[in-house]
Design a protein around this ligand. Structure first.
Ligand SMILES: *Cc1c(COP(=O)(O)O)cnc(C)c1O
Length: 380
């Protein structure tokens, strides 16, 4: 029998005619790469988050790399990171020659545990990177207390969490720097893209240097000054984002409030459906607003996760697993000698994790289908 149910992916971008018109306008303009739309996009994200500076770059990974450069991380420096994240969060420390040190997560939220962070502080610690896993902000006040005690910087990997809040304050203003990604599965898509938010003039200046080869003026400034002279003062990269991408970002950002509302409604529907079952969504702390990039659940111990995953996929539901703890990747095992037992809470959670479809265009009927299929899958 033909299976004509539609495939439901775990995440999907949404492109409107308005988005296409904005990109077309950029293509017809004088600027393809760094032009007026870069600053306009940065300003729009500043307005949305309340941060003073936004520095747009070519992807979220470059944004993390730039943040580590801005802090001057180098050989001998340790940076404490969450293992429950995409590898880029820790890789950025290695790019600068520093050493990522993994601190375990809380079992119910999968957010980095401030007590575990405190236990990993050494005289070599220079920074802490918290990940707002799935879209829920970390306990940033507790992390700030640990960071201040140790005299180290605080960085937020906010790639899941634009639009989230903690105790009434917006993601983008909770750490010394906050990194966003504009990959299509994230809230705002630019194709590839990223941004670092900061209130510090000094850090913003270093981030701008880094994205443009370490050169202290950009071509628009030189043109305005009528001069050919430029100074390369640091070793930077070409991590620039294009005006074409920023045109898309500006247009997408206008729909962010609506899409956050939809994500929260979908999460509420899942929450209600799983209440009283043995499926455990991440605990939502009452002092935070979740941006729901992901809707992750932990399956009961008795359930074979691989079988449940296969059952969902066979029923055309694109579940995923976020994340394989970073310290368990072969590169980390070989390079840093990390192994099972380093972060037991993250490792145990990983064995039972499943990310369910979460994107604004998901319908109520789609969510019902996901829930019913998962309730079947877990007993199977
Ligand atoms: C997506 C993501 C990144 C990397 O962003 P890219 O834009 O894909 O480079 C980093 N950290 C987390 C937690 C992410 O989800």
């Amino acid at each position: 029998m033909e299976d004509n149910r539609t495939f439901i992916p775990y995440g999907r971008q949404h492109i409107t005619d308005e988005d296409i018109a904005a990109v077309t306008e950029a293509l017809r303009s004088d600027w393809l790469t760094t032009g007026p739309r870069v600053g306009e996009f940065e300003q729009a994200v500043c307005t949305f988050t309340g941060a003073r500076h936004g520095v747009a770059v070519c992807n979220g990974t470059a944004a993390l790399h730039a943040a580590m450069f801005a802090l001057g991380i180098g050989p001998g420096d340790e940076v404490i990171v969450s293992p429950m994240t995409f590898a880029a969060t820790a890789n950025c420390v290695l790019y600068m020659g520093g050493t990522p040190v993994f601190a375990d997560v809380e079992p119910d939220t999968l957010l980095i545990d401030p007590q575990a962070v405190r236990a990993r502080i050494t005289p070599a610690t220079r920074a802490i990177i918290g990940v707002d896993y799935a879209g829920q902000p970390c306990d940033w006040d507790a992390l700030r207390a640990v960071a201040d005690e140790a005299g180290v910087a605080l960085v937020a990997d906010g790639c899941h969490a634009i639009g989230g809040t903690y105790r009434g304050r917006s993601v983008g203003t909770l750490a010394d720097m906050t990194v966003f990604s504009f990959h299509p599965v994230k809230h705002v898509a630019t194709g590839e893209g990223g941004m670092i938010m900061t209130d510090s003039d000094l850090l913003a200046a270093r981030l701008r240097l880094f994205r443009n080869h370490g050169i202290s003026t950009d071509h628009r400034q030189r043109e305005a000054a009528g001069s050919w002279a430029y100074d390369m003062v640091e070793l930077g990269y070409n991590y620039r984002i294009t005006d074409i991408q920023c045109a898309l970002g500006i247009s997408q950002l206008k729909r962010l409030p609506h899409s956050l509302e939809r994500r929260r409604a979908i999460a509420a529907q899942y929450d209600a459906a799983f209440a009283g079952t043995d499926i455990s969504p991440c605990t939502q702390r009452p002092d935070r607003l979740n941006a729901y990039h992901l809707y992750a659940v932990q399956l009961p111990e008795k359930t074979d996760r691989a079988a449940a995953f296969a059952h969902m996929r066979a029923n055309k539901i694109g579940v995923n697993v976020h994340y394989i703890p970073v310290h368990l990747h072969p590169y980390y095992r070989t390079r840093l000698g990390t192994a099972e037992g380093l972060c037991p809470v993250a490792e145990k959670a990983y064995n039972h994790l499943l990310s369910l479809p979460m994107f604004p265009e998901l319908s109520e009927a789609d969510v019902d289908r996901v829930v019913k299929t998962l309730l079947d899958a877990r007993g199977a």
